[in-house]
Structures are given as C-alpha cells and as structure tokens.
Design a protein. Sequence first.
Length: 159
Amino acid sequence: MYRIGEGFDVHRLETGRKLRIGCVDIPSPVGSVAHSDGDVLAHAIVDAILGAIGEGDIGRHFPPSDARWKDADSKIFLAEAARLLAARGGRIANLDSTVILERPKLAPHIPAMCATLAAALGCESSVVSVKAKSAEGLGAVGAGEAVEARAVVLVEVRA
Ligand code: MG
C-alpha cells in the first residue's frame, strides 16, 4: 500500500553560520542557526518520511536537548528515517520538495542535492526532486532572515 507524508522546517539565518541545504554546503555569508547542522531541507524530508509511516517527527527521534545531535550531520537523520521505513518493508516511491530562500540562488546546487539526498536515503536519485524559490522579498524569508523547506513523500509499504 502507499502512504503519504509531508514535512516542513524553518531555520533562522545569521552571519558566520554554515549554510547546508540538502546535504550540500552552499557558499553564503549567512547560515542556519540550529543545534544540528541546520539542514532545513534534510529536516523537512525526515519529517515527511516519519509522517508517512506514523513515526512522529524529527524532534522525537533526535531531541535538540540531546548533546549527541550537537552539530550533527543531518545525513544521520535521513539514514535513520530510511532505516525505519525499510524496517516496514517500505521504499520511497517519490519525494518532492521545495526550498524557499531569498539568496543565494540554489539552482546550480540542485543536482548535487538530489544525488546526495538519494545516497543518504538509499534510493534512486530519479525519485528525488528539489525545487527552489525566493519569497519575492516578503516576510522573514524575503528579508533574508530565514530559510524554509517543504517536502512531500510517497512511500510504498507492506499492507
Ligand atoms: Mg530543522
């Protein structure tokens, strides 16, 4: 049977932080404020997968209060979500996502994001889609103060 999950994440942006999106380090004067590596897209994808299989959210599995996840590489979170899915005999049928960021432009990095996310999830990169938009100057994202990501995943699991 098929199940669907959606995920959302937002991180504040500050000068001097690292900007990692979709497991790719993006050259930028600002980066995500976070306990882990602040990968907004990876976190939205993890939430989408966990949601699809009724496993709660990323905070339940990787609480920010746990020192183990300080500066943690979000590939660990993706791999764990994929492991929980596989434990149900499941696989990712399709994963679509959108990153909303005012600058820098992400288009040149999208192929690397799809390849790296797929490797972390153990799926084909052909089923991973990443899209990027600006917020047209509106709100906190438009002001360059935040980055958002949304993800929808369709998984096939044992009935
Ligand atoms: Mg997050």
